[in-house]
Structures are given as structure tokens and as C-alpha cells.
Design a protein around this ligand. Structure first.
Ligand code: ADP
Ligand code: MG
Length: 265
């Protein structure tokens, strides 16, 4: 069995589908049950960092430093206000990193190597969640090369399935080339509005196409969830009782169940 933290990358090349919201709230839920959790913010926009209350001027270290080999994961991880949850924040420097490492032979393996250099004993993390940019670029490839599994948020809208086959094909390529044990953790339907007939149809379609890969939990569209980032807090801390937070807690228990199964396999 592999040592070290379970590494889950939250990926979808579409923007605005709930990647960052899912990464933050899943991480918070895992931390709340006593896991030691690290988020690696790989999106130059830095929404996960902002949403966890890390102001831009406080980002003295970043995932850029990790990818360029300047810092170890342990050195680049900073504590958040959530007990048990740390983050490697991102800065706009990340926009240039693809060019900078493009010709390095290990360009796709930068994050993987950084994560494996720090043993579990050194950093103590039991889970690492990676928040990807809305692109299948070198950053996302780095995340897939480093991860045990991929968690895919899909927004309940008409074009939900569009782009999914390209994402799954990329996972397959990564599996064939650099990370044979990479699996799909699951697909989570987000921003569901049950009054919307189309949304109900989307849920049916996605379940019909993707079967048991789709989590039972569906994340509802919830105004409290969308307000939380502007307060620098995960929804689960901002309003634990709201439907969105409760759904993320439920998702966390499904993720854990699947991780245990994957780990045992
Ligand atoms: P991504 O990281 O895929 O670009 P985000 O997680 O940033 O997507 O979500 C996009 C926008 O939708 C954000 O403004 C976020 O606050 C909002 N949002 C995400 N999930 C929900 C939800 N369940 N209910 C309401 N708003 C949400
Ligand atoms: Mg995002």
C-alpha cells in the first residue's frame, strides 16, 4: 500500500463549475473529522486562497515556488483559520510557470516529485486536495501526475457533459504514460436547482452516462455557499446549517468511503 497522504485533484477544464468551492468545502469537512488536510492552489486566479482568507499580501510563498523547485511542500504550506487545514497558496506568478518549465524533462512531474519528497511524517498531511485551473494545461497535468484520484465537479446545466470525454481522455493519457494508478474518485453534480426541469434532466443524463462514478450527493445551488468566499471562509464555517454545507459534509463521507475502497484495492 502506498504511504503518505491521499492525493485528490479537483479538475474540470470548464470554469465556474464548482471546482474551488468543492475543494475548499471538502477539505474543511475532512479537517473537521480530524484529518490533516492540505489544499494546493494551482489556479493563478487564486480563488481557493482568497476563499480561505489568505490575502494577496500574505502570499509570501506559493505553488509557483513549489513547481520551480524553490521550496518544498512543507515550506510553502501555510495554516488557514480552519483547524487542521493548510494551503499552498497561488499567485499570478503561476501564469508564467508553463513557459518557465516547458523545456524541463520533468515538467509534468514537478508537483508529484515535490509531494513525494515530503514524507507523511514530515508534513503530517493525511489528505492533499489540488484545486485546478479551468484548463487541461501543464498545471492540471501536474496535478493528475501527482494524484491518486480525480474528482470532477459538473454543473447541472445543459452543456454539463460537454468536455467530459476530453477530460476523461486526458486522465486516460496520464494513466498510460506517467501515473498508471490514477483513478476517477467520482463526479459530483453541483449548483443543482430542483425547480429547474432542465437540471433534473441533466442529473438523469449524467447518471445514465457515468453510472456509479456519480456520487449520490448532489450539491444544491445555495446563496450561502456563494456568499462565503467574500467572507474568506468555507461555506461549512460560514453557515454550517445551510443546505449547501450539509451537502458538502455528505459528499465528504462518500469520498472517504471511496478512498478507503481504493486504498484497500
Ligand atoms: P470553479 O472553481 O470551477 O471556477 P467555483 O467553485 O469558483 O468554480 O464556482 C463558481 C461560482 O459559483 C463562484 O462564484 C461560487 O461562489 C459559485 N458557486 C459554487 N457552488 C455554488 C453553489 N452550490 N451554490 C451557489 N453558488 C455556488
Ligand atoms: Mg476555481
Amino acid at each position: 500500500m502506498k504511504q503518505g497522504p491521499r492525493i485528490i485533484t479537483v479538475a474540470n477544464q470548464k470554469g465556474g463549475v464548482g471546482k474551488t468551492t468543492t475543494a475548499i468545502n471538502l477539505a474543511t469537512a475532512l479537517a473537521a473529522i480530524g484529518e490533516r488536510v492540505l489544499i494546493v492552489d494551482l489556479d493563478p486566479q487564486g480563488n481557493a486562497s482568497t476563499g480561505l482568507g489568505i490575502d494577496k499580501q500574505d502570499r509570501k510563498v506559493s505553488s509557483y515556488d513549489v513547481l520551480t523547485g524553490e521550496l518544498t511542500i512543507g515550506e510553502a504550506a501555510i495554516a488557514t483559520a480552519v483547524p487542521g487545514l493548510s494551503i499552498v497558496p497561488s499567485t499570478l506568478d503561476l501564469l508564467g510557470v508553463e513557459m518557465e518549465i516547458a523545456s524541463a524533462p520533468d515538467r509534468v512531474l514537478r508537483l508529484r516529485n515535490a509531494l513525494s519528497r515530503n514524507t507523511a511524517e514530515e508534513t503530517g498531511f493525511s489528505y492533499v486536495l489540488i484545486d485546478c485551473p479551468p484548463s487541461l494545461n501543464l498545471l492540471t497535468l501536474n496535478s493528475m501526475a501527482a494524484a491518486d484520484s480525480v474528482l470532477v465537479p459538473l454543473q447541472c446545466e445543459f452543456f454539463a457533459l460537454e468536455g467530459l470525454s476530453q477530460l476523461l481522455e486526458t486522465v486516460e493519457q496520464v494513466r498510460r504514460s506517467i501515473n498508471p494508478s490514477l483513478t476517477i474518485q467520482g463526479i459530483v453534480l453541483t449548483m443543482f436547482d430542483r425547480r429547474n426541469n432542465l437540471a433534473n434532466q441533466v442529473v438523469e443524463d449524467v447518471r445514465a452516462h457515468m453510472g456509479e462514478k456519480v456520487y449520490e450527493t448532489i450539491i444544491p445551488r445555495n446563496v450561502r455557499v456563494s456568499e462565503a468566499p467574500s467572507h474568506g471562509k468555507p461555506a461549512i464555517l460560514y453557515d454550517l446549517a445551510c443546505a449547501g454545507s450539509q451537502a458538502y459534509l455528505q459528499l465528504a463521507s462518500e469520498v472517504i468511503r471511496r478512498e478507503r475502497r481504493l486504498q484497500a484495492a
